[in-house]
Design a protein around this ligand. Sequence first.
Ligand SMILES: Nc1ncnc2c1ncn2[C@@H]1O[C@H](COP(=O)(O)OP(=O)(O)OP(=O)(O)O)[C@@H](O)[C@H]1O
Length: 608
Amino acid sequence: MTQVAFPKLLSSQIAFDIARTILDGFDKHYRLFRQTSQVAKRHFEKGDWAVAQKAARERIGFYDQRVQECVQVLEDEYDNGELTDEVWRELKLHYIGMLSGHKQPELAETFFNSVCCNILHRTYFHNDFIFVRPVVSTEYIETEELLPTYRVYYPATDGLRFTIKRIVTNFQLDCKFADLDRDVALVEQRLIQIFGGESIEPNHQIQVLSSLFFRNKGAYIVGKGINGNKEYPFIVPILHNRNNELVLDTVLFDHEQITILFSFTRAYFLVDMEVPSAFVQFLRTLLPRKPRSEIYTILGLQKQGKTLFYRDYLQHLKHTSDQFQIAPGIRGLVMLVFALPSFPYVFKVIKDFFPAPKETTRAQIKEKYLLVKHHDRVGRMADTLEYSNVAFPRERFSEELIAELNHFAPSLVEQEGDRLIIRHLYIERRMVPLNMFLGNAEQKGNDALIEHGIVEYGNAIKELVAANIFPGDMLYKNFGVTRHGRVVFYDYDEIEYITDCNFRDIPQARNEEDEMSAEPWYSVGRHDVFPEQFGAFLLGNAKIRKYFMQHHADLLTKVFWQSRKERIIEGFIEDVFPYPQQIRFCNQTNPDTPATPASPYLENLNNE
Ligand SMILES: Nc1ncnc2c1ncn2[C@@H]1O[C@H](COP(=O)(O)OP(=O)(O)OP(=O)(O)O)[C@@H](O)[C@H]1O
């Protein structure tokens, strides 16, 4: 790529005006985005769960709406002829100038890219015209509003109990606590377990992010204790009890538990942030192994997450030499899935044609993936990043993979010199397909792992059901096992809302002929589901059958599915806890029971 000469003078009024229009578009976006997070506090106080869910869902679409608005304005106001390369080049420089002092420059740069990439041909997608790399630093950006990013408390001076109460009351939740003093004492006991054994150093302090994290029916206090050179992250969930009073539900300070709370399988948090990069920086100290891209995403800034992910991916590609290959496991009928062994993600391409019994289209599949993006994933569905026109170095693809792509998805693949462009794909975290996990466990003779896989599988389905999702295809190959041993669903092409399904018992055979018939002799509607039949394709293996029947036999009954459907129709929104039940204060009758289980790994496996 030839380096373009840096303009000596910025002289284009058009470039200045366009830069202003794009930044105004971004500022409008972020204002609305923040408003949703601010209103989330009110929804939480009132316990308005359905409204809160709707607002969280709508927020996901804000970004694309603002980008489209902005593109429209530019298309309406400027002729193509006016938009010369010089204008584009100056545009970026004007924009950089406008970002000095901006509180969300990294997001504004991404917004600029989104708008420009909508207008420019992809040959312009390099650093002269768009922000392939960030330009404006996000370090040390200070808030201008009253609230700092985090508050600092001094328990050694003020007393731990007093400090905890101040932390909670500083959020000024407009809702009564059932018994704040009781809860504060319980939190204090837990925190003493962490800080307890150490002598207090002069720098002893507690830092707490100044906005609550809202998601579903919970609000979360996010903070860390500091003593000497040690840091102790902690999270305090606040929930409503049955009387609609507030309770502090537990304290999470186990690393695994905190990571799971921020997992890619959950809905995005709503957090009021003036300087999001400062929140990300704070959260990274709690989640050092989580890439920044995933932290931005879980905060609802998914386009920033996508941008950072792509930058990480390009860098990874540059520093590695292994080859993209077909993902291990049973091949999909509608998706062609490939992976780079050194990279913890998979790439999914929708095939051009699907064999029977699949009756679907590319548009319908995209719709299902979009549904999942907007839905509460309740810790049981993987989030996906959707990309258009991704360029791959051709020589990094195995011949087998090239042949499969050319055979199954020719309409999406284009060779451009030494690059392979894939016009549309999804990227999601790589997991171990559950069928392989169970197969490996069987081979090793490890019954505990088989039991674990099946318990988790059933729990995953039950939590999906609680969130009004019917997976459609429940075969083990459509579920993956995460690094934390959780089972997560990833095959969305057949999902339906539970409320759209018609759960039925198989009717009694009328005669012997009916009984012997290979085809159902009764009529079956498009949305009919017969839970008794699940066993036929899930329980072929004796050990799996044993554990399934022990823990999840109810999944084979119509009653289970029908009763869940009725609860959803009545408007009941289930509680889904992103942490183990037994660490909740209300479940800890014995004060000697350890708050952190001896093996948090196994506890997480069993208890969400
Ligand atoms: N996130 C993932 N991590 C690891 N492997 C995956 C992942 N997603 C998919 N795979 C692998 O790719 C295969 C096909 O993926 P997927 O189930 O999404 O495709 P599909 O075409 O929709 O499948 P089906 O034929 O069941 O409809 C899986 O069986 C699994 O082996």
